[in-house]
Design a protein around this ligand. Structure first.
Ligand code: ATR
Length: 279
């Protein structure tokens, strides 16, 4: 029987992970089945235990809102998962223990530096938001040795606390949106504001003509934040589809020992996104 993998979340019906991992498996000729599981909000631990009770259950991806619970549940953690306090990838070790990793930050950095050719070293980066999404990407971003990361968030205290928690590994400070000063080379939106049709209220001076903007969200249309950035004169604005595919590739590597090619998979998903839904 094939090895089994799944993504668990709530909601889960729009997850692209089954499509991405099935494409990876086909490309690398790995014999596996990957499915999406809707887990009740109070049923994550039970669902994980049931999944791994099956001897063929090898690994899980974990998405909103279970990444912190997955962290609690994992028996061994990668250093980056420990730092993030959140886990998006679980793997059953040979001895039966559950290993937790977080590949979100690697996915973001791979998309920025490899796919989009944006060098982060020595750059001034503005990171918007202070929730799980931002926590998960801070360590890999700081590992690229930017000159500075400013975390700006609606709740100012959260931005300041998060910056403090990472200040031993780089130059990182926290503030509110109104306190953002000067312009940035790279601006990354890790808030969920666009889900409510909102924009973080940033001073327009933070965007210069060479500024490149990245939104961790994605959709068929450029996000509200990307549109705003272009209106302020940003050089380019990208969505988070590449991050999604790259974090999946890192999970696949952890599980199967082979890193798939991401470009064709990204192109396939982009093409499907742009296709009008059937009526
Ligand atoms: P995630 O795991 O996706 O990061 P989260 O932990 O709930 O989700 O965090 C959501 C982030 O988006 C937070 O930084 C939140 O700001 P607060 O900490 O002030 O709540 C931010 N956010 C959500 N809605 C927003 C909005 N309408 N405007 C600006 N920021 C918003």
């Amino acid at each position: 029987m094939s090895d089994l993998y799944a993504v668990m979340g709530n909601p889960i019906n729009h997850s692209k992970s089954p499509q991405i991992h099935s494409a990876f498996a086909e490309q690398t000729q790995q014999d596996l089945i990957y499915s999406a599981t809707l887990v009740p909000l109070d049923g994550f631990e039970h669902a994980v235990q049931e999944f791994f009770r099956n001897a063929h259950g090898k690994g899980l991806n974990v998405t909103v809102p279970f990444k912190e619970e997955a962290y609690q549940l994992a028996q061994i953690h990668s250093p980056r998962a420990l730092r993030a306090g959140a886990v998006n990838t679980l793997k059953r070790h040979e001895d039966g223990r559950i290993y937790g990793d977080n590949t979100d930050g690697l996915g973001l950095v791979a998309d920025l530096t490899r796919n989009l050719q944006i060098s982060l070293s020595g750059k001034r980066i503005l990171l918007l938001g202070a929730g799980g999404a931002v926590k998960g990407v801070l360590e890999p971003l700081l590992a690229e040795k930017p000159a500075q990361i400013v975390i700006a968030n609606r709740s100012i205290e959260k931005a300041i606390d998060l910056a403090k928690a990472f200040s031993d590994i780089g130059n990182v400070t926290g503030c509110g949106f109104a306190q953002v000063q000067g312009y940035f080379d790279v601006i990354i939106n890790g808030t969920s504001a666009s889900l409510q049709g909102d924009l973080p209220p940033l001073p327009s001076e933070c965007v210069a003509s060479h500024t490149q903007v990245y939104d961790m969200m994605y959709g068929a249309e450029p996000t509200l934040f990307m549109q705003w950035a272009k209106q302020q004169g940003a050089k380019a604005a990208y969505d988070g589809l590449g991050m999604l595919v790259e974090q999946a590739a890192e999970a696949f590597l952890l599980w199967r020992g082979v890193r798939p090619q991401t470009a064709p998979v990204m192109a396939g998903i982009r093409a499907k996104l742009l296709k009008p839904a059937a009526v």
